[in-house]
Design a protein around this ligand. Structure first.
Ligand SMILES: [Zn+2]
Length: 475
């Protein structure tokens, strides 16, 4: 019997590095992996000269459908993710309308995704003051976890969780074995800061959201999760000091993970001033030193790198008032290329990066926060940051790595390709990525989801749709 698909001669990125291996695929699963697989298949792909990564699992996207499909939608959002080597996403409970706060809203979003998504998908449920009594409905339907905002979210129908709400919601999540993810910025500190800034330019916006607000909120969330016995995930960490607090909690035994985004690794406050609205996010971009500091932690302390793709129509990204412009960075297509670019740079600029790390280590030692040694980024680490660690944290069976028995979710990448990202390469709806015009290394040539090619040489292909992914429920 021939296989469905054979992928020959690729440099396959497994847990212990990249090796030239063949892959045999049957019924959407990897059934054999070996230096040379004999036999034939209905389809054969020669991956000579390409690296084969696990398909990106992006656990933080806002596709905004139903309700705000004009901001993105499942068809365009999932196409753009696939163009960046993505095969699975977890969609956030806010920005779609209705927000995912109860069973019926979950069902609506699931139906929209099943109709249009090219990639497999998990759905986050919300944790807000309005839905503590419907969190169990969401858990019954298979949410990936619960997302809470500690400060106003910008969406009126998704209210932020005060500490009492957060604590109660964490207790419910803990009973269901689900993780709570928090947007960590402390609202009292944000109020104080905004009352002191003058004007409405980018500098004022940066000053209105200080690192201390993020740091305090992350520490409060850790304490609340420890008291509730709940797994905690801090989303979009922007600053190495916040990160070091999380590492410190983890070393004390706290069940906490964290993510950062390519924009905190590639962009800094100077870029917000020059790029403008397309680079507005919260927490905001930090200093260039902080950006270097974040890069130096990719090897150990950061669990995932995620897009936090948060698009909006161009009409919401214009104006003179930095506070009124809609915040959110639309970069869903660029996570894997961003990390491959950093991989090449980290090998080239090793001494400079190491000295940045040593400086930070000295500063943090003063406040008794330990940091590890600096090492260069590796390909197997990139696979962990973009896929393996996500699947493990949320208990996603058979996804996140290239191994026998796993789903054949694969990204075939020309690792050495150098190119400038242009707007016509983007497949999301509004194409307002802050990375347009930037030079990247690592070009995704083909994306395969459960054995089916869904993206090939710049274009979407494939006809089948993604399906709902549920967590196992135990951590
Ligand atoms: Zn987000």
């Amino acid at each position: 019997m021939p296989w469905d698909l054979l992928i020959r001669n690729g440099q396959v990125v497994t847990r212990d590095g990249a090796h030239r291996l063949d892959l045999a695929i049957e019924d959407g699963k990897i059934v054999d992996i070996a230096a040379e697989i004999r036999g034939s298949a209905r389809e054969e792909i020669d991956a000579a000269g390409l690296h084969v990564f696990p398909g990106v699992i992006d656990p933080h996207v806002h596709f905004n459908e139903p309700g705000r499909t004009d901001w993105e939608g499942w068809a365009t959002g999932s196409a753009a993710l696939a163009a960046g080597g993505g095969t699975t996403c977890f969609e956030m409970p806010l920005n779609a309308n209705p927000p995912t706060l109860d069973g019926p809203s979950f069902d609506l979003k699931r139906a929209a995704a099943e109709a249009s998504s090219l990639v497999d998908f998990g759905l986050w449920g919300g944790l807000t003051p309005d839905n503590l009594d419907t969190m169990d409905e969401l858990a019954d339907r298979g949410v990936i976890g619960f997302k809470a905002f500690m400060c106003p979210s910008g969406i009126d129908e998704f209210r932020h969780a005060d500490l009492d709400t957060l604590q109660k919601g964490m207790e419910i999540a803990a009973k269901r074995g689900l993780v709570v993810a928090v947007h960590a910025e402390e609202p009292g500190m944000l109020d104080q800061s905004i009352s002191k800034v003058a004007g409405a330019d980018w500098q004022a916006y940066l000053a209105s959201r200080p690192m201390l607000a993020e740091d305090i909120a992350a520490r409060l969330a850790v304490t609340a999760a420890e008291l509730a016995g709940c797994g905690l995930h801090i989303v979009h960490v922007s600053h190495p000091h916040v990160l070091s607090g999380i590492v410190y909690a983890r070393e004390r035994g706290s069940n906490v993970t964290c993510e950062t985004c390519p924009h905190y690794l590639l962009l800094c406050d100077d870029d917000l001033r020059s790029i403008g609205a397309r680079a507005k996010c919260s927490p905001p971009l930090r200093s260039c030193q902080d950006m270097w500091g974040m890069q130096s932690h990719l090897l150990h302390d950061i669990d995932f790198v995620v897009s936090d793709h948060s698009p909006a129509p161009e009409s919401m990204k214009v104006g003179d008032d930095a506070f009124a412009i809609w915040g959110g960075i639309a970069g869903v297509q660029s996570t894997l290329p961003a990390l491959i670019t950093l991989y090449h740079e980290s090998n080239r600029d090793y001494e400079q990066r190491k000295s940045n790390h040593e400086r930070l280590r000295g500063e943090l030692a003063v406040v008794n926060i330990p940091l590890g040694d600096y090492e260069t980024l590796t390909l197997e680490r990139i696979a962990k940051l973009t896929a393996t660690n996500v699947a493990e944290r949320f208990g996603i069976a058979n996804k996140g790595e290239i191994a026998r028995g796993f789903d054949a979710d694969l990204a075939l990448v020309d690792l050495d390709a150098t190119y400038t990202l242009t707007r016509d390469m983007l497949l999301d709806r509004h194409k307002l990525s802050p990375y347009v015009g930037r030079q990247f290394r690592g070009l995704v040539k083909r994306t395969i989801r459960r054995g089916e090619t869904i993206f090939l040489d710049g274009k979407m292909v494939g006809t089948s749709r993604g399906r709902l992914i549920k967590p196992r429920g135990e951590k």
